[in-house]
Write a protein that binds this ligand. Structure first.
Ligand SMILES: Nc1nc2c(c(=O)[nH]1)N[C@H]1C(S)=C(S)[C@@H](COP(=O)(O)OP(=O)(O)OC[C@H]3O[C@@H](n4cnc5c(=O)[nH]c(N)nc54)[C@H](O)[C@@H]3O)O[C@H]1N2
Ligand SMILES: Nc1nc2c(c(=O)[nH]1)N[C@H]1C(S)=C(S)[C@@H](COP(=O)(O)OP(=O)(O)OC[C@H]3O[C@@H](n4cnc5c(=O)[nH]c(N)nc54)[C@H](O)[C@@H]3O)O[C@H]1N2
Ligand code: SF4
Ligand SMILES: [Mo]
Length: 701
């Protein structure tokens, strides 16, 4: 190690992957301007495995068009390089102008679940203290919010997996509702070799191919299916009555809603045969060790919270959660999807998973921040509502984006791109050019995963150390340095926005202390000594709280210690097929690309594996609409059209098409998706809208 903490030549650095919430362990060895990477053989989550994205992540460090200088849009409309002082002075001068005219809420902040805990924390503090704005939210709203809302309501606490990933390996049966880990978290499949899988997905995915039972509902009908499975659990006498009596409340009300969902009616609405419904409930009820996991397929709906709650009801009715060897969990998505939702970049939250409306929480956090609790703003708009309000009367006139590419990833994307373009000022901090930096007035180039220290909290609630193997390239700053530079120019004391990740983490520990997600007992020293620490890990007198790998074994986090079944009723998606738009469209991921693709579309191997937008369609449906394999199709919803190459998939439902959302321009799946939101979580309906398909016609000149 050198004095600044960067490793010397040849040193090996243990860290974690740049991308998803599995946070596979990797070993990096500096090599030229980049790094050589291999999987860590002893990190229990990936056990020496990585997916194609993880293996190729080093390419991102040296990608030729990496951002290496701040850019400012000149009078001619072009982005041109400027020095850091000039860029930051300009941002602050223009933010001041917006704040003078429109008040503090004239400035919005949009964060990301890929940011480390330290950055997510600093961003929330920057918004509430330096800007004084309530208008902050983040892309995790598009990802985790329905599962978080349902988990908090049911268990009193939201930690994606309340048990270590490795527990799954001993299971007999695992039900995966709307998740495709064979493509989205391939090393997770190593833990799913032994259990028999039940997969609920309208597509026969690579995950479904490995399942003992595949249920193929129409998109947007999972709530009816989950109610039907609960109905069968009751009528076939499969309830765990003792567990329901001693550990839960609410089964009677939940049953009232499940009562009308007899199997034949469920088959009619979902398309899942009665026999398969019965087999699924029996498999789950009769196995010894069993888990029910949800993914975005059931959560990203305008009824995502209720749908997740209905699956949790089923898990509770069968006695899964809070037991050794069984459980319910949601598969969190982004690299720091879990920690990103705990430290205050969400519109309604303060660090430690505290609620911003709670006077005690405000007092505690204000004390740590050294400000008056009354100066902290209240809750702001949820992500889509925030983006939708940009540049409108009463909405923010300036936006700072850290760690998201909403031009590609937000629903109703053409509309959102127009809202971004209507701003007085758009500032985007990123590593690489993205479709959102293309609209920015100021672009700030920042360091990435292998160039800075920090922590992430993985999908199992374990806090992990990201370690720098390289110093950032010349001209590039860390997000913490950017926030510091802005805050100081806005008149904040320098010590309030530290640039050292360790210092930020130590403050985060204090801010989270006593909160639901309590990190007070976790330190860089303990993590660097190799301890496996899962939150909550409060301060202990000897400084050695062991953390909490498994939650709820004795009691749930509600005051009475009981989990709550939710009274939920099925309803239709915001949009259902009709004569103009006869098909369901659903969206999701492919193995080779990550999210909006801003990062992975720059990695040659990944681009070669999946070069552009495609649409999966059943051969019979394709024939009906004049489409053939490899041809370009125009997919049209009430919002607009997407152009994508046809891929014939005989195992797909005939009423459904699927598009990945990783591609830009005219291939954006989000040109189709709509503005409907879940009323509780604010989650958009990414997973279903109504479309028609036709051969693509070259536009007439
Ligand atoms: N390769 C890759 N891996 C990733 C990511 C990535 O972008 N690329 N992103 C990471 C992130 S942030 C996340 S959130 C996770 C997401 O991980 P997953 O939830 O596994 O991913 P998705 O592909 O969005 O959705 C899962 C499945 O839901 C199905 N589905 C669609 N509509 C419905 C429906 O109405 N009901 C049901 N039951 N299923 C439906 C889709 O067919 C799809 O196979 O992946 C993480 N890992
Ligand atoms: N149709 C459809 N749309 C979806 C989904 C879907 O299933 N279907 N899924 C939704 C989900 S689950 C998610 S999570 C979102 C994700 O969508 P986005 O929020 O767009 O996520 P990314 O593409 O990961 O964008 C991250 C951006 O931040 C940059 N970045 C990475 N690390 C850092 C960092 O440390 N600092 C800074 N400043 N920048 C960084 C990257 O280069 C990239 O440009 O998409 C949502 N959109
Ligand atoms: S599964 Fe996720 S964490 Fe593991 S290598 Fe792939 S992208 Fe990285
Ligand atoms: Mo996500």
């Amino acid at each position: 190690m050198s004095a600044d903490g960067t490793p010397g030549p040849g040193a090996e650095v243990a860290t974690h992957c740049a991308y998803c919430a599995l946070q596979c362990g990797t070993l990096l060895r500096p090599s030229g301007p980049g790094v050589e990477l291999e999987p860590s053989p002893d990190f229990p989550v990936n056990r020496g495995g990585l997916c194609q994205k993880g293996w190729t992540a080093p390419a991102l460090l040296t990608t030729p068009d990496r951002l290496r200088s701040p850019l400012v849009r000149g009078p001619g409309g072009e982005l041109a390089p400027v020095g850091w002082d000039e860029a930051l002075d300009l941002v602050v001068a223009r933010l001041d102008r917006v704040r003078e005219t429109y008040g503090p809420d004239g400035v919005g902040v949009f964060g990301g679940g890929g940011l480390t805990n330290e950055k997510a924390y600093a961003l929330g503090k920057f918004a509430r203290v330096a800007l004084g704005t309530s208008q902050i939210d983040y892309n995790g709203r598009f990802c985790m919010s329905s599962a978080a809302a349902a988990g908090n309501a049911a268990f009193g606490l939201d930690r994606g997996l309340p048990f270590p990933v490795t527990d799954l390996g001993d299971a007999d049966v695992v039900l995966l509702a709307g998740a495709n880990p064979a493509e989205t978290m391939p090393p997770l499949m190593r833990h799913l070799v032994h259990p028999r899988l039940i997969v609920i997905d309208p597509r026969r995915t690579r995950t479904a191919e490995q399942a003992a039972l595949h249920l193929q509902p129409a998109p947007g009908t999972d709530l009816a299916l989950a109610l039907g499975l609960l109905h069968l659990a009751v009528t076939e006498n499969l309830l765990d009555k003792e567990y329901l009596d001693t550990r839960t409340t609410g089964i009677d009300a939940a049953w009232q809603y499940a009562l009308p969902w007899w199997p034949e009616r469920v088959e009619q609405v979902t398309g899942v045969p009665v026999e398969d419904q019965r087999t699924a409930v029996r498999m789950l009820a009769e196995a010894g060790r069993r888990y029910l996991l949800t993914g975005r397929g059931v959560e990203q709906h305008s009824k995502g919270t209720d749908t997740t709650a209905a699956f949790i009801n089923l898990a509770l009715a069968l006695g899964l959660p809070g037991r050794t060897g069984s459980g319910y969990g949601c598969l969190t998505g982004q690299g720091n999807g879990q920690g990103g939702r705990e430290h205050g970049q969400k519109a309604d939250q303060l660090p430690g998973y505290r609620m911003i409306t709670d006077p005690a929480a405000r007092a505690h956090v204000a004390r740590v921040w050294g400000v008056d609790p009354a100066s902290l703003p209240g809750p702001g708009r949820s992500a889509y509502e925030l983006l939708d309000a940009l540049g409108t009367p009463g909405g923010p006139r300036a936006l700072l984006v850290f760690g998201s590419n909403p031009v590609v990833s937000a629903p109703n994307a053409a509309h959102i791109a127009r809202r971004l373009a209507a701003l007085d000022l758009l500032v985007v901090a990123d590593l690489v050019p993205s479709e959102t930096t293309e609209l920015a007035d100021v672009v700030l180039p920042v360091a990435q995963w292998a160039e800075e220290d920090g922590t992430t909290t993985s999908l199992e609630g374990r806090v992990l150390r990201r370690r720098a193997a390289l110093t950032p390239p010349a001209g590039v700053r860390t997000d913490l340095e950017v926030l510091h530079g802005l805050a100081v120019r806005m008149g904040q004391p320098a010590h309030r926005f530290p640039v050292s990740p360790r210092t930020v983490f130590d403050e985060l520990r204090r801010a989270s202390s006593g909160g639901r997600a309590d990190y007070a007992g976790i330190s860089y020293e303990r993590l660097d000594a190799g301890e496996a620490l899962y939150w909550p890990c409060p301060d202990a007198p000897d400084g050695n709280h062991p953390g909490t790998p498994r939650l709820f074994l004795d009691r749930f986090a509600h005051a009475d210690g009981r989990a709550r079944l939710a009274p939920v009723e099925h309803r239709d998606a915001a949009e259902t097929p009709d004569t103009h738009y006869p098909l369901h469209a659903t969206t999701g991921r492919v193995l080779a690309h990550y999210q909006s693709g801003a990062q992975t579309r720059r990695v040659p191997e990944l681009l070669a594996a999946a070069p552009g937008a495609h649409v999966e369609i059943h051969p019979g449906t394709a024939a009906r609409f004049g489409l053939t394999e490899g041809a370009l199709a125009e997919v049209t919803s009430a919002r607009g059209s997407t152009v994508a190459r046809v891929r014939l998939v005989p195992t797909l439902r005939t009423d459904t098409v699927f598009l990945p959302f990783h591609f830009p321009g005219a291939g954006r799946a989000n040109l189709l998706t709509g503005p409907a939101l879940d009323p509780v979580s604010g989650m958009p309906e990414f997973k279903v809208c109504a479309v028609r398909v036709a051969p693509w016609q070259e536009p007439q000149a």
